[in-house]
Write a protein that binds this ligand. Structure first.
Ligand code: AMP
Ligand code: MG
Length: 346
């Protein structure tokens, strides 16, 4: 397949109109959002949606998110709108929050992987909204990476994975949040299935107590697989081994220095994922500063790019764990999954 590349700034009008027509006629378009790049198709056309799974090599039992351009567009997709959803939509849409609720019959089974629920989000990114409007249908989209790889947060990483597999790629520059949306289920007790830029604390400020699915920080137990199909797959895996050091910044740095020396002695090449606050622990070693511990959003924004770029020519990435509050929960979720839950304690 010949993939066309458009720039969202310089080719705004033509690019969006054409991409909208491509979506409506069953094609695939990669588009920028504030979270990560999405791989979109007409969300009401089951056949078009199956092409997403082919392009990504995604297992067909992992459902997709429907992206809409205005709040009221959720109405035909859900059985009805629960009160808590209304409150959350008013507080966080447009934005990086996906809400899961009982689906209406108009949503094809290809989108939901046969579940009786559907995930819906209204993104904030102007190009994403313009594309959904131009298409005139909800756009089904997962992240625009090959299945298993870290999600793309810049167009270079999209091209690496998707060139030749989709009709159009829209270049919208870097994604500001850098990890996928928070996924919250509103079936039964509100439960975070996947943490993201909208934190547990922010959600609780609007609707009260929110659970975090066990699988967010732990390998998935069998009885959880049905509720959160995406979690059972190895995710965000870069091309090298990743290990996470837990504990205080000083303790984590101690573990990392020890493991670094051990690995180098075995002839492995290592890289350390450090923070502003800990870089001085690693003098003379190969490290990158991912961000600032006091602003975990900076760590989130840089993680996926760093996993892709720093894994090249590296055998082992040693990364510091951080506290799981605020955006720290999403950071630890992605990092632990990227490592295949390889945790080193003292
Ligand atoms: P991606 O953004 O590429 O990770 O793909 C969409 C994510 O949303 C996956 O992690 C899915 O498991 C999750 N998801 C989509 N629909 C549902 C649903 N109906 N119930 C639970 N999770 C869902
Ligand atoms: Mg994904």
């Amino acid at each position: 397949m010949n993939t066309e590349l458009f720039n969202a700034k310089t080719q705004k009008e033509n690019g969006t109109a054409l991409a909208g027509r491509v979506i409506r006629s069953g094609g695939l378009v990669v588009f920028p959002t504030e979270t990560v790049y999405g791989l979109g198709a007409n969300g009401l056309d089951g056949e078009a949606v199956s092409r997403i799974f082919e392009a990504k090599g995604r297992p067909s039992d992992n459902p997709l998110i429907l992206h809409i351009a205005k709040k009221s567009d959720v109405k035909p997709l859900w059985k009805h709108i629960p009160d808590k959803a209304r409150l959350l939509m008013d507080a966080f849409w447009p934005g990086p929050l996906t809400l899961v609720y009982l689906k209406s019959p108009s949503v094809p089974n290809e989108v939901t992987a046969g579940l009786d629920t559907v995930a819906v989000r209204m993104p904030e990114h102007k190009t994403a909204l313009a594309l959904i409007r131009a298409a005139g249908v909800p756009i089904a989209a997962p992240s625009a990476n090959l299945s298993g790889k870290p999600s793309p947060t810049c167009v270079r990483h999209v091209i690496e994975d998707m060139d030749g597999r989709v009709d159009i790629i829209i270049d919208g520059g870097d994604c500001s949040i850098g990890v996928e949306s928070t996924v919250l289920s509103l079936v039964g007790e509100p439960t975070i299935l996947r943490p993201g830029g909208i934190t547990k604390e922010m959600l609780e400020g609007v609707i009260g107590s929110v659970r975090v699915a066990n699988a967010v920080l732990n390998p998935l137990s069998e009885n959880e697989q049905a509720a959160s199909p995406g979690m059972k797959y190895r995710h965000y895996a870069p091309d090298c081994e990743v290990a996470v050091a837990l504990g205080s910044p000083k303790a984590a740095a101690g573990i990392i220095n020890r493991e670094y020396q051990k690995a180098e002695a075995e002839g492995k090449s290592c890289k350390i994922f450090a923070t502003q606050q800990t870089k001085n622990y690693y003098n003379g070693k190969k490290y990158v500063i991912i961000g600032d511990r006091d602003m975990p959003a900076t760590l989130l924004a840089a993680l996926f790019g760093a996993l892709r770029e720093e894994s090249e020519g590296t055998d082992l990435i040693l990364a510091e764990g951080i506290p799981e509050s605020g955006e720290g929960l999403a950071y630890m979720n992605r990092l632990l999954r990227a490592s295949g839950f390889k945790v080193i304690k003292y």
